[in-house]
Design a protein around this ligand. Sequence first.
Ligand code: HEM
Length: 197
Amino acid sequence: MPTAIDVSSVVGLIAVGIFTAQILLGLLLSVGYNPRRQFPRLNVKLFTFHNWLGYIGLATALTHPLILLLSSTAGFRLFDIFVPIWSPTQPFPNTLGAIALYLVAFVVFTSYFRRVFGHHTWKLLHYTAYGAAAVFYVHGTLADPLLQNRPIDFIDAEKAYVEGCALLVVVATVLRYRARRGPRGRTLKVRSLKSEV
Ligand code: HEM
């Protein structure tokens, strides 16, 4: 019979998967990929998908620590969930988890009100997503799924999954950066315009 701690850990892993997909979709949006006009020519609106995945991911990430309140052994109070600096076990990884949750909430909240900020400011605020990702991948790697403060086994299946997601995002971000600087990218366009002046 799985305990509340086991369920919380699985929900945390699901949140990592959702946010990884979310960042990959965001990267596709930022390079102007359109699945209707390009491969696989499917009637999918990437923006709507990215938007809804943000809400689903945030709800999943919030549910992940709240499940610990149902555990009789974890010893977490509601305060420890939102301010885990003094939480019963692993306060450092837990605090990283809370910071990641607040950063993701900030990204979703500012996106909901993006018209208020204007596109440029909103886009700058949206880069917080990369900071959030760095923090939740470290949290997912350091946290002991049994809450027993055991040493980290970096090649355990759950840890390998989190590390794999982080690697995927790093590779995709590098590719996106290179695509932007490529022949049709803005940087090169600006350079060629300058050389014409
Ligand atoms: C739920 C509300 C959200 C909305 C409406 C939204 C909307 C967008 C849009 C329109 C873009 C393309 C921006 C452009 O290039 O002009 C984008 C990119 C991106 N989004 Fe979101 N987003 C949301 C939530 C999130 C969340 C929760 C994350 C991650 C935790 C995220 C990660 C990203 C990333 C990494 C990019 C690529 C940024 C870049 O390098 O240009 N987004 N998003």
